[in-house]
Design a protein. Structure first.
Lengths: 114, 114
């Protein structure tokens, strides 16, 4: 059973517009949610995080929103740029777990067209 | 500074052979993780090393998979008697401390079992 779900495998956006990537989760014990970005032939890189006690975190063009009641988070990229074209993974960390690992979604491939 | 490095970058092997994948984490990082990404899937946790503690092997899919971390630094993931379903990109990550949500990934090893 997938605890972190990204239901859209791909998204295409025009340069300058907003990109919205969505993620749903099932486990209420997650304490942090993350977004990672992955270019082809490279490992994922950390992009932005949000604590489960917050509902918004902003870093430049990137904003993550968390709706705990809906168990939903989203990443907004404004304005989108062609260099943002990549696969974006939503991930979550389990509070107090003995595991140090993150639980990842399947990713959404974002294409930003000039 | 140097990031996480992995070798080889690509490995093609015949079904039934053993393979070893290597990871050099960032110097000073105490935690090391192995994940794999199969085609169309998200990152699947395999194993987690934290300092001198016993590794968390809960993600290893079968007893054909094993990993070790020598001297708290370099790690080797070994897959014995490889099967076609083992074909995937194997990603290594490290973090300064265990449980950190900011993990630094290597570029991965693409394993193809023919």
């Amino acid at each position: 059973d997938q605890q972190v779900k990204q239901n859209s495998p791909s998204l295409s956006v025009q340069e300058g517009r907003i990109s919205i990537l969505n993620c749903d989760y099932t486990n209420s014990m997650f304490d942090y949610f993350l977004w990672y970005k992955k270019y082809p032939a490279e490992g994922p890189t950390f992009l932005i995080s949000i604590s489960s006690i917050k509902d918004k975190n902003e870093d430049g063009r990137f904003t993550v929103f968390l709706n705990k009641s809906a168990k939903h988070l989203s990443l907004h990229i404004v304005p989108s740029q062609p260099g943002d074209s990549a696969v974006y993974f939503c991930a979550a960390r389990l509070y107090g777990g003995s595991q140090g690992n993150l639980i990842f979604g399947k990713g959404t491939k974002l294409s930003v067209k000039p | 500074g140097a990031g996480v490095s992995q070798s080889p970058s690509n490995k093609v092997t015949e079904k039934g052979k053993d393979v070893e994948l290597r990871c050099d984490p960032i110097s000073g990082h105490t935690a090391l993780y192995w994940y794999r990404q199969s085609l169309g899937q998200g990152l699947e946790f395999l194993i987690y090393f934290q300092g001198n503690s016993a590794p968390d092997k809960s993600g290893l899919p079968s007893d054909r998979f094993s990993a070790e971390r020598t001297g708290g630094s370099v790690s080797t993931l070994t897959i014995q008697r490889t099967q076609q379903e083992d074909s995937a990109v194997y990603l290594c990550a490290s973090s300064l401390m265990g449980g950190s949500y900011e993990q630094y990934f290597g570029p991965g090893t693409r394993l193809t079992v023919t």
